[in-house]
Design a protein around this ligand. Sequence first.
Ligand code: GTP
Ligand code: MG
Length: 205
Amino acid sequence: MDSDFTIKSAEYITSAVKRDQYPRDELPEVAFAGRSNVGKSSLINCLVRRKKLVRTSRTPGRTQTINFFKINEWFYFVDLPGYGFAKVPESVKAKWGPMVETYLGGRKFLRGVVQIMDVRRPPTPDDLQLWNWLRVNRLPSIAVLTKADKLSRGKQAASLKQAAQSLEAPVGEVILFSAETGQGRRQLLDRLAAWLDMSEVHSSE
Ligand code: GTP
Ligand code: MG
């Protein structure tokens, strides 16, 4: 239905650690959250088909600010710093909670959160905490299991089932994804198009 949703432009706008640094142009936003090193920045690069729009790294804790990317000139992708990595210094960990909670808890233009997890591991307590927080706070969310290229199709299906059970979500709503192969890209874009209410946009163009 929404399969004509394409990303035509993507541009880094700004990085923020507090509220008064967020963009002020009141455009809809979609945020990407997940554990450190899970592949959030790579997933955004894959969606926009740009290898280096967002900086990625083998070292966990690369993204330490809230980064805003303007897409197609009329909405934002928001890359959040990762949580739950033991080796990140305490000082960084102590800032993560308030920084991300301030954003997620008080952002009027936020249409939903894509929560990214590693397909090779069951959702962690940190993952479940965020997932449940999003539910309690009635923020629409999509669960994505990334790095699917690391598992056979059979194992992917087993992980999908297990993750859906643990998240208490229908299997059909959890997306298997790979930034390497583009698996799941179309499916995720279609779900995002629904959040961003494409019909509204097309009619105003
Ligand atoms: P932080 O910003 O540190 O929280 O990390 P992040 O979640 O943004 O992860 P990032 O995108 O930087 O990726 C971390 C590592 O995982 C990099 O070495 C990526 O190349 C690798 N990676 C990310 N996505 C995939 C994927 O779909 N498949 C494979 N095989 N590797 C991936
Ligand atoms: Mg990152």
